[in-house]
Design a protein around this ligand. Sequence first.
Ligand code: HEC
Ligand code: HEC
Ligand code: HEC
Length: 114
Amino acid sequence: MKVTISAVLLCLVILMTGLAVAVENKGAANMVLTGGERGNVPFPHHQHQNKLVDCKICHDVFPQENGAIDRLKKEGKLKPKMVMNKQCTKCHKAKRRAGQKSGPITCKQCHIIK
Ligand code: HEC
Ligand code: HEC
Ligand code: HEC
């Protein structure tokens, strides 16, 4: 009897862990962000999640929603280049200065999709 109860409990724990993992929607692994006339910008989303861990670093400014940046810009709630200057390049420059692995900094390295 004891064995069955622990087996049932173990199954429950495994099930709930599975559910907790499934509930967090991490979004697309890779995405393309609208970059205007300069060209669109590829963005390795999961690579950033793995490296930075804290979702709020970016999602404080825009929600976890497909096309959120474009929508907020259209609604006038987010200035164009805000995410780029306050997040992308700001962080890449800081990491580079600190001698750590970093991402692109020049226009042409990011705005590559015409
Ligand atoms: C370095 C910045 C950054 C970090 C950190 C980040 N995200 Fe995102 N996320 C983005 C961008 C950019 C978009 C696209 C927004 C858009 O389409 O306008 C996005 C979109 C999303 C979306 C909606 C798009 C889709 O494919 O469903 C979800 C869900 C999401 N993120 C979840 C997360 C979670 C969960 C974390 C933390 C584990 C996280 N993000 C961390 C930048 C980031
Ligand atoms: C790290 C990648 C990155 C670099 C480097 C970068 N950009 Fe961007 N840029 C983006 C992203 C992502 C967006 C879309 C989000 C936003 O508007 O903040 C964007 C948006 C823009 C926009 C606004 C587009 C629109 O129609 O709303 C312009 C203009 C722009 N970039 C020009 C430049 C120029 C000029 C440079 C070089 C001095 C540059 N970018 C460097 C990633 C980058
Ligand atoms: C808070 C810091 C931070 C922010 C914000 C951030 N990045 Fe990065 N980015 C990094 C780091 C760190 C790396 C190096 C990752 C690695 O080595 O695994 C990187 C790497 C990259 C790479 C190169 C990936 C590769 O494998 O060569 C691209 C492209 C990139 N970032 C684009 C962006 C864009 C576009 C944004 C804004 C939407 C952004 N990043 C926002 C920290 C950041």
